[in-house]
Design a protein around this ligand. Structure first.
Ligand code: NDP
Length: 245
């Protein structure tokens, strides 16, 4: 138990990688608040899993595209957990199209959820983070390599998190708060199922010839959240089974 007494907020944690992160943080002793957009029942299941570890769980419906909802979710986590030590900006969306075929609506959705929301949530969290605090952003290995013509806007949104993470790490270093980025590779979730039309190619480019599991990313989060990771900041940790190696 490395995170006993810590209080965490994980965005987009009703399913997939976020749900795994929330449960892993609770297993390490943290109280965990989560947000979701639509899946109230799945979010309630994650809350029950958090509570099964003897920790407090909080669920909040908050569309990450909605600035006021994101800010309110941070304030609710602080109020109900009695403070905030760890923010995991996980919520993200994937829309696949070449730019010439992508609507402005889809471009805005990607930028609002994948880029503006982590920035807004971090800004709301900063006043509450004490020395030892953690901000962990979830990017993508597509920030490093873009192996398809239909990924430009998504890849651009995840590349934005690289610069944001580095800059915020500089800003919060003096108060002993670390800011890091995890860049998952192909992880078997609803967003990127291991049996999709693209999955054979995505498996082939890894060193293992297979997808990763959401728990592989959750493990990286608990590693960065661990108090012993105090000298790691501004880093991008790619967890992709060697896909961009
Ligand atoms: P999923 O689509 O499987 O799950 C997405 C989660 O985010 C759900 O809990 C969903 O809530 C929530 N969410 C989606 N949109 C919003 C929104 N507008 N507001 C609030 N919550 C929202 O995604 P993954 O678990 O696969 O991805 C998690 C993160 O990892 C994302 O940032 C993604 O870009 C990144 N990533 C994933 C990879 C993969 O291969 N899976 C690879 C690289 C990066 P609800 O259930 O309510 O819809």
């Amino acid at each position: 138990m490395t995170l006993t007494g810590k209080r965490a907020l994980v965005t987009g944690a009703s399913r997939g990688i976020g749900a795994s992160i929330a449960k892993a943080l609770a297993a390490e002793g943290a109280d965990v608040a989560i947000t979701y957009e639509k899946s109230a029942e799945l979010a309630a299941e994650v809350k029950r899993a958090i509570e099964a570890h003897g920790r407090r769980g909080v669920t909040t419906q908050a569309d990450s595209a909605d600035v006021a909802a994101v800010e309110a979710a941070v304030e609710k986590a602080v109020a109900q957990l009695g403070g905030l030590d760890i923010l995991v900006n996980n919520a993200g969306i994937l829309r696949i199209a070449e730019l010439k075929n992508m609507s402005l609506e889809d471009i805005d959705a990607i930028l609002h959820v994948n880029v503006r929301s982590p920035i807004v949530a971090s800004k709301a969290a900063i006043p509450h983070l004490k020395p030892g605090g953690r901000i962990i952003n979830i990017g993508s290995f597509f920030a490093d390599r873009v192996p398809s013509p239909v990924l430009g806007v998504y890849a651009g949104s995840k590349s934005a998190l690289v610069g944001f993470t580095r800059g915020l790490a500089r800003e919060l270093g003096p108060q002993e708060v670390t800011v890091n980025l995890i860049q998952p590779g192909s992880i078997d979730t609803d967003m990127n199922p291991a049996n999709s039309p693209f999955s054979d190619t995505l498996k082939m480019i890894t060193a293992f010839g297979r997808y990763g599991r959401a728990d592989d990313i959750a493990h990286a989060v608990t590693f960065l959240a661990n108090p012993k990771s105090q000298y790691i900041t501004g880093a991008a940790l790619t967890v992709d089974g060697g896909a961009v190696a």
